[in-house]
Write a protein that binds this ligand. Structure first.
Ligand SMILES: [Zn+2]
Length: 834
């Protein structure tokens, strides 16, 4: 029995919860809220309301808290753990007894792009509305559903935006799009600390915000996930159904629910006479996003897009003459939020049935043609570990393969052809008979099936190419072995017998981490340009040698330091008794150059693509643990590259500092130019690249590829414009790259490497080195237009040439694409340290 006074207090407290405006001290929509204030509001509401529970799930790179509010009836919250477990038991991802209680989890996610800032403001309004049950029907929503609100998936980006806006805003709201507050500069606040687009990171989870958020997601596995974005200010509002192409694993129910959600939104938007569109632009194909990833994980995933974004500020004069305000943007997202909850709640029975069916079908009758993926145990250990880490984050199960010694017909990914595989001890299996079967299909399908080729993003992503691992897709069902222990740990013991040195074979990226760690401790290593035999063992080109004679500074501590780091990075040390090899070149030969202790700079700033610059920044700091300087080229007058050994130039325009860069190279520096940063050297008549391009242009003019003035292909229809553009480009497709394995820049890539191809074709270099090149017209996976295919055969991907006393390395693509293209790390490392 609760004393009457407490009942009274409870009633009062639910009525006296402060609105966001009362809490913040300004009316929502009149100011951009700092992230910490929104967190305070979420914590406050969870404290004063029995209908909300705050849960912190992590921290951003810059130390800001990540958290959600879980909102439902008191009774549901009291049984939250039971509901959560039951839901997971139904997916098959958790073992246990289903107790019969299941309600839908609805996940509302805001502000994944920092400058799409109506999101977090809307989240506060949504939370208030729900805990005060002040929207028609909301009482029932809370009784029958559990709602999870993530107000801000990208706090670092969000605060960068809010700080800059407040820093530049006029005293009187200024709708003039030319003014400073509407134009914030480099880097955009869309991304996170390392300039990553977190809405391209769902599957790959390279960034700490994604990893921590999806660990929480996996604890709940919601039935509905809505992701709130903003698009260009002149656009109206986008809500579902999503656009073509839809990935073929998306179920009929997921299609149908998209339509229901569209109708539910249309009703509320019509009531307000608001304009909107559906079925355009935002397709459901590539697994990177906050709509597709949930769809492949059994939920119905949605993207919402309000016209607005960072440029809009608090108010913006539009081309139509109307003024777009933050208040109006908040209203758009709030309306869509209410529609989402209403439609989800109305269809809750069906949502649960279909969700449960999704997973039972996955386990019992997988749709994937291939029932077993066989991954050879002989692949680089580190590449395997990287792949397994990705699978684990996505709850995809793997094991050792059974049926040792049996031969199967199957698709050989790296050969891109039908082949045969014999299962050997230590090979791995990913079976299609598992809870995450559809998602596993998406990540391993040999040819992604889309209902249309016009995709918003990539058209290929098959994991064996990204990791460059020997893998086969087999139609037979193969059983796994129960033992799932992944490659055993390496344990070297300190050698007190003062060996001549140590040899380390290249076994993947950890080897390079180990060498960089030694370099930081001033321990010198060499690498061999030729294969050699020492102590009866054969070593590949690129193997490392740590010789006592190179490291007299370290004295006798060298053995302990080398051993400790080798164990840390799980690298096997081979003792060398002598510097004289049995076969190949001796350790002291000029064929065994010393690894450089390079001072590295990544250029950044206005005109430079932030994303690829951030990828390299992230790789050096977070993957390699090696210091790197980011040099902002906007500060042109004071640019001085004299202290650096290597400049990394990602895609961007360097025309204003061209002379400084060329001068750096001519004086002996090394410049690595990625993607269109190459243009700087393509337009320099003294380079081999420029000559090659001139020759190629002449050849094309003379060839059949030349278009005559009366060519019917010029008669493009206005309505087909997008499709014509497609014929000339590669829509994020994967190409095979043949590698010169004798060139040190190619070490660790294998004979054949794979690249996410997105840029134009570059010709072979007449002088200099052609290190990696494409020899086919067709990609191994994904879409490339027919005109593009004609031009791409026999073109360059990796090349180098001397200039003055220095060197320029061309890499025509982004080899470490979005930080998940792990096989490209070795290439970047080589260009810096070899
Ligand atoms: Zn967005």
């Amino acid at each position: 029995m609760i004393p009457a006074i407490f009942i009274l207090l409870l009633n009062i407290s639910s009525q006296t919860i402060k609105t966001p405006g009362e809490f913040l001290g300004y009316e929502p929509g009149t100011q951009f809220t700092f992230h910490h204030r929104a967190v305070e509001y979420f914590r406050y509401v969870a404290e004063v309301s029995a209908l909300a529970e705050y849960r912190e799930y992590g921290k951003t790179y810059e130390g800001r808290p990540l958290g959600v509010c879980i909102v439902s009836s008191e009774e549901n919250l009291a049984n939250l753990e039971e509901y959560r477990k039951n839901n997971l038991i139904k997916t098959g991802l958790l073992e246990g007894e289903f107790t019969g209680k299941q309600v839908p989890f609805i996940w509302l996610a805001y502000n994944v792009h920092g400058n799409e800032s109506a999101g977090m403001e809307t989240a506060m309004k949504t939370l208030y509305t729900l805990v005060t049950r002040s929207y028609p029907g909301s009482d029932e929503w809370l009784r029958t559903c559990i709602i999870i609100i993530d107000p801000c998936q990208n706090p670092d980006g969000r605060d960068l935006f809010a700080n800059r806006y407040r820093n530049s805003q006029a005293l009187i709201q200024n709708p003039d799009g030319k003014s400073w507050e509407h134009n914030q500069g480099w880097p955009g606040a869309r991304s996170n600390h390392y300039f990553f687009d977190l809405n391209r990171d769902w599957t790959w989870q390279t960034q700490t915000e994604s990893t921590q958020r999806l660990a929480l997601y996996n604890q709940f596995m919601p039935q509905v996930h809505a992701d709130f974005h903003e698009m260009g200010a002149e656009s109206t509002f986008f809500f579902p159904p999503g656009a073509e192409p839809w990935h073929e694993v998306i179920t009929p129910w997921q299609h149908e629910f998209h339509k229901l959600m569209g109708k539910g939104n249309a009703q509320l938007f019509d009531e307000k006479s608001r304009l909107y569109f559906t079925k355009e632009n935002y397709d459901l194909f590539c697994p990177s996003f906050g709509d597709t990833w949930p769809l492949f994980n059994g939920a119905v995933g949605f993207t919402y897009e309000q016209g607005g974004g960072g440029y809009s500020g608090l108010s913006l004069k539009l081309e139509t003459g109307d003024t777009l305000t933050l208040k109006k943007r908040i209203d758009g997202h709030f309306t869509a939020t209410m529609a989402t909850l209403r439609v989800a709640c109305e269809n809750r029975t069906r949502l649960l049935e279909e969700f449960n069916r999704f997973f039972s079908d996955n386990m019992n009758k997988p749709s994937f043609r291939y029932k077993s993926i066989i991954i050879k145990g002989s692949n680089d250990k580190n590449s395997l570990e990287d792949l397994f880490s990705l699978l684990t984050k996505n709850q995809i199960r793997y094991s050792y393969a059974g049926n040792t010694g049996k031969k199967y017909k199957g698709f050989d990914y790296l050969a891109n052809a039908e082949g045969e595989v014999t299962i050997e001890k230590g090979d791995f299996l990913i079976s299609a008979f598992q809870p995450q079967s559809r998602f596993m299909q998406v990540l391993f399908e040999t040819d992604s099936k889309a209902s249309d080729s016009l995709s918003y993003d990539l058209t290929a992503w098959a994991l064996p190419y990204a990791y460059n691992i020997k893998t086969y897709a087999v139609e037979d069902q193969i059983k796994g072995l129960p033992d799932k222990t992944i490659p055993e740990t390496v344990m070297n013991h300190t050698d007190t017998g003062k060996p001549y040195g140590y040899i380390v074979d290249y076994t993947g990226f950890n080897t390079l981490k180990f060498i960089s760690a030694l370099t930081r401790k001033n321990i010198r290593a060499r690498y061999s340009l030729k294969p050699f035999t020492s102590g009866g063992k054969n070593f590949n080109r690129g193997s490392f040698i740590i010789a006592r004679g190179d490291n007299s500074n370290a004295g006798n501590k060298i053995d302990a330091v080398v051993t400790e780091l080798a164990n840390k990075y799980q690298v096997v040390l081979n003792r060398a008794e002598t510097g004289m090899v049995e076969k190949g070149k001796d350790f002291g030969s000029e064929y065994s150059p010393v690894v450089k202790k390079s001072n590295v700079a990544i250029l950044c700033g206005d005109g430079i693509s932030a994303g690829p610059a951030g990828e390299l920044w992230y790789m050096f700091e977070r993957e390699l643990d090696y210091p790197v300087s980011l040099i902002n080229i906007s500060n042109r007058e004071n640019l001085d590259f004299s202290g650096y050994d290597v400049l990394l130039l990602v895609s961007g325009n360097y025309s204003k500092i061209r002379d400084t860069i060329v001068d750096f190279a001519k004086k002996g520096g090394r410049v690595v130019a990625f993607e269109n940063a190459i243009q700087m050297f393509a337009s320099d008549k003294s380079t081999s690249l420029s000559k090659a391009i001139a020759t190629r242009t002449e050849e094309l003019k003379a060839s059949e590829l030349k278009v005559k003035s009366d060519d019917p292909s010029l008669l493009k229809k206005f309505g087909d414009e997008d499709r014509h553009l497609l014929s000339e480009r590669s829509a994020g497709s994967i190409y095979k790259v043949v590698v010169d394995t004798t060139n040190p820049f190619g070490f660790g890539l294998g004979r054949e490497w794979f690249v996410m191809k997105r840029t134009q074709a570059y010709p072979f270099l007449p002088r200099g080195n052609n290190i990696g090149y494409i020899t086919d017209n067709k990609p191994v996976a994904g879409f490339a237009g027919y005109k593009y295919q004609k031009l791409i055969k026999n073109t360059l991907v990796i090349g180098s040439e001397k200039t003055g006393n220095g060197e320029v390395i061309y890499i025509t693509e982004d080899p470490y694409f979005r930080a998940y293209w792990k096989s490209g790390r070795a290439l970047v490392w080589n260009t810096v340290f070899r």
